[in-house]
Design a protein around this ligand. Structure first.
Ligand code: 5GP
Ligand code: MN
Length: 342
């Protein structure tokens, strides 16, 4: 755990400040939940805040309280830059390095003149003036709860804040099932329910928001799945053509990789998704047990993340990317075999 200059940050926040709060590119439930949860809290403390995200986020996150105030750097560029220029500090939430916001926004942030405050649970964070980094945490939302607690303000957590934080903890823990879910996570969740988070409604808002086409795309993904029993590995592909056929929208492929990991005996799962716009193949990796997909993604696919959930990308074709992936597996045969000794 790294906690850097927390007292100084606390003092800095004694006066009303202009604050920008940023989540990572392709924001997920934890990114949106943590940025908006922090926003509601800082607003209550008398600050002026603006949440910025690099690009669009899935429909099933748009119901989150405060979502209508979020600005997109790619679409609302002038307003975003203006907010940055007049801000006294920028909070970076749910990512560990500036490149995670994408090239354009990264360039702007690199010229930022005031200080950054990081709250994040990803491995190997870059250095910023103020830092709260803890890779053992289930989610950044859990850390925002802790942050508010360290500020002595748990009593300020209201229904809006509780709803935001509950959402991110829920999505980042796969509904409280991943190893990162501790008894403390559950205690915090219990407190958030006490403070007004309507758990049944939150689950339903996020998980029962499928479009018909999204389910058909899932069907296609599942029929594309390949299993490599020798390496306890399964992977899924989705081509640009398949995405088009089922009217792909942002967020439609979220969680699909977990179906590959749900196969009995599988400890390593991946999904490869063609992205014509960026001319890359975007990859998600998942594992069970000790096999670190963070290291794997970092070493071979220009990515990173957590030990059991990471992402990366390839500039090569789908075919070559899959060939490269398969060629790497023999090296890890032993690690994969012993990854999950149940
Ligand atoms: P997902 O596969 O759900 O997109 O991401 C899984 C985890 O890996 C998340 O914590 C996400 O922030 C991280 N991640 C996804 N893609 C990348 C990437 O390209 N680079 C890095 N460093 N992390 C990533
Ligand atoms: Mn997260």
């Amino acid at each position: 755990m790294i906690l850097k200059h927390f007292t100084e940050l606390q003092e800095f926040l004694l006066e009303p400040r202009n604050i920008v709060i940023i989540g990572h590119r392709n924001p997920d439930g934890d990114a949106i939940g943590s940025t908006l949860g922090l926003k509601h809290y800082l607003d209550k403390k008398g600050h002026t805040t603006q949440v910025l995200v690099p690009n669009e986020y899935p429909d099933f996150l748009h119901w989150i309280p405060g979502s209508e105030t979020v600005k997109r750097f790619d679409r609302q560029n002038n307003q975003s830059v203006k907010a940055l220029v007049k801000s006294d500090i920028v909070f970076l939430l749910d990512f560990n390095a500036l490149h995670r916001v994408g090239t354009d926004m990264q360039r702007t942030l690199e010229e930022y003149e005031n200080d950054f405050a990081l709250i994040d649970h990803h491995q190997q964070p870059d250095d910023f003036m103020y830092m709260y980094s803890d890779t053992s945490m289930s989610s950044t939302c859990q850390m925002v709860y802790n942050f508010i607690e360290m500020m002595g303000d748990v009593a300020l957590i209201d229904k809006n804040i509780a709803t935001c934080l509950y959402t991110g903890i829920m999505t980042d823990t796969g509904s409280f099932r991943f190893r990162s879910t501790t008894s403390t996570t559950h205690r915090i969740i219990a407190d958030l329910i006490d403070k007004g988070a309507e758990n049944d409604r939150i689950h339903s808002n996020v998980h029962d928001a499928n479009s018909y086409n999204r389910l058909l795309l899932l069907g296609q993904a599942l029929s594309n799945m390949k299993v490599l029993p020798t390496y306890k590995t399964a992977f899924i592909t989705l081509s640009e053509e398949e995405k088009r056929r089922f009217h792909y929208e942002k967020g439609d492929t979220e969680g699909v990789v977990n179906y590959a990991l749900s196969l009995k005996g599988i400890v390593f799962a991946a999904i490869f998704i063609e992205d014509e716009e960026q001319s890359i193949v975007k990859i998600s990796f998942r594992s069970k047990g000790t096999f670190s997909v963070n290291q794997f993604a970092r070493k071979y696919f220009n990515g990173g993340g957590h030990d059991n959930a990471a992402g990366g990308k390839s500039d090569d074709t789908m075919e070559n990317t899959i060939a490269k992936f398969k060629s790497l597996l023999p090296t890890y045969k032993q690690q994969l075999e012993s990854s999950y000794e149940a």
